[in-house]
Write a protein that binds this ligand. Structure first.
Ligand code: FAD
Length: 458
């Protein structure tokens, strides 16, 4: 074993032991039973036989057939791989203890991850959508909880401000967010309305040259850790003219009403219910043109859906990795379970799911590079709507199915949050809901195929 690998194994071992040490007695017993350090070293050895994580590296190699990565882009991806490795331990610890992973955010900051797709002039690395999607893939492989934190910070938050913000807003919010000094949130959903943003109740009115915002926003990722939240609201008493505002979360009247700790997965990510009671927002904090909020919300969701698809590809990769390792070590009926053909079928299905999820995601990312160069091109915009909806619907659905199969391969241990498939099973369920449910994605795809006159909802 190389000394680097030994150090890595030691690092994980110490980390896992510290989880054990810091856990209560009952958890300690369970952890001691489930965590086998020896096996962990073997898994690490297999994983680290290549410089990068194997399946992630394979994604990049495959893409080289259709896309020429620059040295700088490859360097970014290597950095993401390294950072993901370093975040993994705190992520697992936080996941099991149901705590938001602050340490992971610090590591992401150290490696400059939050700056990846942000333009260089705003302190970013200026990576295009394909490279950014690959970064999200690697983070999703490590943990969907961390991936959604990253998604909202960068794809929904950062890129919305980059596209629609004034230079002053970029200075105040985008640059520090790219550095990882502040976190961002994106607040569209409300307790009463999610799939129907045109019915939202959060309102604003202009009073003395400022805007007064009232309402509540539900299920907001990064909601209680964000320094600034993009909030969508209608003029008071109207259901048209939605406007987007950047609201400082230290504003009077802003309140984190509840941290949603009872969710059934994504335990390391922050999800909150936010309240806005007569929150004063200065005019300089209107994001994009007044009354164009719906358009701004949807343009953010194009990025968010891309990221949701990419992180799901990563989740399938982790399920495949874990399933292959388990199939090669677990013996039942005097055979490795990987020798049983019904287990092979599960493995084959997960491998197929990975291929079926990757390519629509990569293709959407490649087309997004074109769209970002021509953001006013209506045809391209419609195509992006369809491609991102397709990628999101396909990848998230297949990720959930893959996690289910991986749980089955793991047997009883799969039904535990200590196993990777158990965690993916809980986490992937949410990906089929956030940033547009399965049903909304299907309706969107159908209307884009059939034509606008067939639109089933507005
Ligand atoms: C973990 C997590 C994180 C999230 N993070 C954020 C965030 O950061 N920011 C944010 O704004 N939101 C966030 N959300 C909210 C998410 O986007 C909404 O939950 C989602 O859009 C669905 O809205 P809803 O929950 O109100 O469901 P509803 O809209 O009430 O839908 C209920 C069901 O009805 C179906 N349905 C609705 N309309 C139709 C129709 N016309 N035809 C057929 N079926 C229909 C839906 O598909 C769904 O199955 C998050 C959600 C989760 C679970």
């Amino acid at each position: 074993m190389s000394s680097a690998l030994k150090a890595k194994a030691e690092y994980h071992k110490n980390g896992l032991q510290s989880i054990v040490r810091n856990s209560n007695e009952l958890k300690k017993k369970i952890l001691m039973r489930e965590i086998n350090i020896k096996k962990l070293v073997v898994v690490l050895k297999i994983q680290k036989s290549m410089t990068m994580e194997k399946l992630f590296s394979q994604s990049i190699e495959d893409l080289k057939n259709i896309y020429k990565f620059s040295e700088e882009e490859l360097q970014i991806l290597e950095t993401v791989d390294k950072a993901a490795d370093e975040i993994a331990l705190s992520e697992l610890k936080c996941y099991l203890e149901r705590k938001v992973n602050k340490e992971g955010r610090n590591v992401a900051k150290k490696y400059g991850l939050f700056s990846i797709p942000i333009k260089k002039e705003y302190g970013g690395l200026g990576a295009n959508h394909l490279v950014s999607a690959l970064a999200e893939e690697r983070l999703g492989q490590m943990s969907l909880g961390f991936a959604i934190t990253f998604n909202v910070q960068v794809f929904l938050g950062g890129l919305s401000i980059q596209r629609w913000g004034t230079e002053e807003q970029k200075e105040r919010y985008l640059k520090p967010a790219a550095k990882g000094d502040i976190m961002l949130a994106y607040a569209l959903t409300e307790p009463e309305y999610g799939s129907e943003p045109t019915a939202l109740k959060t309102s604003y009115e202009e009073v003395g040259g400022r805007y007064i915002v009232n309402g509540s926003k539900y299920l907001i990722t990064n909601g209680s850790i964000a320094k600034a939240t993009i909030v969508f609201a209608y003029p008071r008493g109207k259901q048209e003219g939605m406007t987007a505002f950047i609201v400082d979360t230290d504003s009077e009247g802003f309140n984190v009403a509840m941290e949603l700790e009872t969710k059934i997965g994504l335990f390391s990510s922050d999800t909150a219910l936010l309240e806005f009671k007569d929150v004063e927002v200065p005019k300089e904090n209107v994001l994009g043109p007044l009354s164009k909020g719906l358009h701004i919300a949807y343009s953010g969701l194009l990025n968010g859906r891309m990221a949701a698809a990419a992180s799901s590809v990563g989740s399938i990769e982790d399920c495949l990795n874990a399933s292959v390792a388990r199939a090669k070590e677990r013996v039942q009926h005097k055979k490795l379970i990987g020798m049983h053909q019904l287990i092979q079928r599960h493995i084959a299905e997960i491998a197929q799911n990975l291929e079926m999820a990757r390519w629509p995601t990569y293709f959407a990312a490649l087309r997004k590079i074109e769209y970002d160069k021509n953001p006013d091109d209506r045809e391209l915009r419609l195509e992006m709507d369809k491609r991102t909806a397709l990628a999101k619907k396909i990848a998230t659905r297949l990720a959930f199915e893959s996690a289910d199969r991986a749980v089955q391969i793991f047997g009883g241990f799969g039904y535990s949050l200590l196993s990777a498939p158990g965690r993916h099973y809980c986490d992937t369920r949410a990906t089929r809901i956030y940033e547009g449910t399965d049903e909304i994605m299907e309706l969107k795809i159908a209307s884009l195929v059939l034509g606008k006159e067939f639109e089933a909802y507005s």
